[in-house]
Design a protein around this ligand. Sequence first.
Ligand code: NAD
Length: 487
Amino acid sequence: MNQPVQPLAAQGVFIDNTWRPAASGRTLPMIAPAEGVAFAAIAAGGKEDVDAAVASARHAYEEGAWGRLAATERGRLLTKLGRLIEDHVDEITAIEARDTGKPMKQARADAVAVARYFEYYGGAADKLHGDTIPYANGYFVATVYEPKGVTGHIIPWNYPVQMFGRTIAASLAVGNACVMKPAEDACLAPLRLVELAAEAGFPEGALNCVPGLGEEAGAALAAHPDVDFLSFTGSPEVGTLVQAAAARNHIGCTLELGGKSPQVVFADADYEAALASVVAAIVQNAGQTCSAGSRLLLDAKIWDRFMADLALRFAKVTAGAPEMDRDLGPVISKVQQRRILGMVAAAEGSGAKKLAEGQIAAGASTDGFFVKPAIYGVENPTAPLLRDEVFGPILAAIRFHDEEEAVRLANSTDYGLVAGVWSADGARAMRVARRIKAGQVFVNNYGAGGGVELPFGGVKKSGHGREKGFAALHDFAALKTMVFKHN
Ligand code: NAD
C-alpha cells in the first residue's frame, strides 16, 4: 500500500455526469489513516456547487430522462450498477482501504455489500405499491407511493462505500434524484461509485455529488430550499443542525446518529459464541461503527471466568495497516485518535480499570492513527465510558445480577440503536429483547452480517427513520391518497 491508489479520472464535484472543479477552485488533502500522510485531494465544494447540483437534480426529476423512467427501468439500472460494482470490487476495495485505513478484508466486504445494495433495491424498485381502502359508498380510494423529489444525502467516513449503497440505492429505487455530500475524511470510493453510476447509464442529474467540508457543502445542502428530503448519518451534534435546517424548510429527514449498543450476556448463554461475538462487535472497523457492541452487560455469575477469557482473546487482537489484514486498522484521523485517547484517560482517572488490551502490529507506521483496542471494567453505571459513544475500539463492561437489572442497564443510555441478547432460555431472551429500546435487537447473535434486507435505524438519541430493507423505500417515498367519487 505504499504505492498511490489509481488516480481517479477526476476529483471535483460531479454534476450532470461530469466532473468539474469546485467553484472556489479550492481542494482538500486526503490523509491515509494508516500512514498519516496526504495521498490525494478532493474538491472543496461549497454553496455554489450545491446550488448547481440541486438544480441539476431538480431538472432530472421534473423534466429530464430520469423522472420519466418507469420503475422497472429504474430497477434495471440499479441492478446494472450493482453488477458493474462487482466487476470493480478489487478497485473499490483498494481505494476504500487506503482512504479509511480499514483491513483489506473489511474493505472488500464493504465493496461486495454496496453491490448487493444495488442488487436488492434494483429488485425492489417496481414492488413499492400502495393499497386500496374500503371507504364510504360511492368512493374509490387508493394510495400510491411517489418519489419525494430531490433528496440530499450527507454521509460519514466510517463506511463510505456501504453508506453510499444504503442511502443512495434506496432513494434512486423510489425515483428520487439525489445529491450526495460525502465526508471530507474519507470519500474517494463514493467518488468512484458516482462515476460508475454514470457508466451504468444513470441519466444526467439522477445522482450528483459535492464533496467538501461539512460546514460548507454539508450545511449548504442541508439548508437548500429546493431539497425535498434529507438523509443524514453522523454525529448527534451535526444531526441536530441538519434536523433544524430541515425544519426551517418544512421537510422530513432520516437521522442515524450512532449508539452505545449493549451486548447482554446471561450465564446460560452459548459461552464460546458470545465470547467471540463480544470481541468482534467492538473490534470491527476499529470500533468506528454506529452499531458497535461497545457495552458488555455481563451476568455476575460468569463475570470472573468470562472476563478472564475475554482478556486472553483481546490480548491477541492486533491493529495493522490495510494490507496487513489484521483484526482492525487505525482510526480515521489524528482528531479521532486524540478524542478516543482523551476519553480513555478521563475514564481511567475516574476509576475505570483496564482489563486487557490488544496490540499494534510490528511494522505498522508510527505516523498512522492507531489505537490499541482495550476492555475496561466499570462499576458505576453512570460512568461516561458506559454512556458516551467513544467511536473507537474500547469496550466498557459492567456486571448485572438479574434480568431486571440487565434491562435497566441496557436502557440506561440516551442511545437506542442495536442490542444483542445472549441466553439459552428462549422466554427470557424474548422478554429482554422486547423490553430493550433499540431499532434492532439480535438474539444469540450480533449484527447477523449486517444484511441489507434488515431495516436499520434508531430510537432516542440514535435518531429516527429507517434505512436498509424495504422499510427504507417508505422513508424515501411520499404516500399519496387518491379519492375518486363515482356516484
Ligand atoms: P460529523 O457528524 O461531523 O460528520 C458526518 C457528516 O456530516 C460528514 O459528511 C460531514 O462533512 C457532515 N457535516 C459536518 N458538519 C456539518 C454541518 N454543519 N452541516 C451539514 N453537514 C455537516 O461526524 P464526524 O465529525 O465525522 O464524527 C464525529 C462523531 O460522530 C464520531 O466520533 C461519532 O461519534 C459520530 N459518528 C457517527 C457515525 C454513525 O455512523 N452514526 C458516523 C460518523 C461519525
